[in-house]
Design a protein. Structure first.
Length: 233
């Protein structure tokens, strides 16, 4: 189970310090890049990511909620991001972009909004390392979790099992102690949590608790090899 705290919920006046508060417990740091065009919000861009990469040791997972990722995404991989996610709704040639990201040493991931069907990204599954299923409308943190999006997580996990695909399934939006077990049972194995981590007095402990909950739910989930007799709920 991979826990990736979203720095969108961190204190931007002490961003590096807040990132270090989860060092050694968080697997990745999730960085939301928004351009105020693809989504109605403006956050940070490449210069801040470059400085952050120089200040932390934890792998950085960049989620690009931007227009024209074909043009801009490779620079994040070249800068040293361990994972770069582009949106299916914005990309022109996802296969070519995934190749570019891989060439720079990064994982390539495709994200889908709540209204986008899994069927729309099936052709891309052979090119990417991860699929991000948004469980809120992208653009702002702190939104309520949309449980209906878990049907897409289940479909992707079932497809992954049937086709022998080695892809991670990430969920982002409203992930907390109240929802992470549902996500893990559905088939997610990478969890982005913002306020559930940085809204606490001890972010490092929050990460550990979330991972423990996710792991327990995953161990008993229908999609694990030891539970092949179970079907998704």
């Amino acid at each position: 189970m991979v826990i990736a705290p979203s720095i969108l919920s961190a204190n931007f006046s002490r961003l590096a310090e807040d990132c270090r508060r989860v060092a050694g417990t968080a697997d990745w740091l999730h960085v939301d890049v928004m351009d105020n065009h693809f989504v109605p919000n403006l956050t940070i861009g490449l210069p801040v990511v470059v400085d952050l990469l120089a200040a932390v040791d934890t792998d950085v997972d960049c989620h690009l909620m931007i227009e024209d990722p074909d043009r801009w995404a490779p620079a994040y991989a070249e800068a040293g991001a361990a994972s770069v996610t582009f949106h299916h709704e914005a990309v022109r040639d996802g296969h070519a972009l995934a190749r570019d990201l891989h060439a720079h040493g990064a994982r390539a991931a495709v994200a889908i909004k709540p209204a986008t069907a899994v069927a729309d990204i099936v052709p891309l599954l052979s090119s990417v390392d991860m699929v991000l299923v948004m469980t809120v409308e992208p653009g702002f943190g702190g939104q309520p979790f949309m449980p209906e999006c878990l049907d897409k997580v289940k479909a992707l996990r079932q497809m992954s099992r049937e086709r022998g695909l080695q892809i991670a399934i990430q969920v982002d939006g409203g992930v907390s102690a109240h929802t992470i077990e549902q996500c893990a049972d559905a088939g997610a194995d990478v969890f982005v949590a913002g306020s559930a981590v940085y809204g606490t007095d001890d972010p490092a402990t929050a990460v550990l608790q979330l991972r423990e909950m996710a792991q327990a739910a995953s161990d008993a989930a229908w999609w694990q090899e030891t539970n092949t007799d179970r079907e998704p709920a």
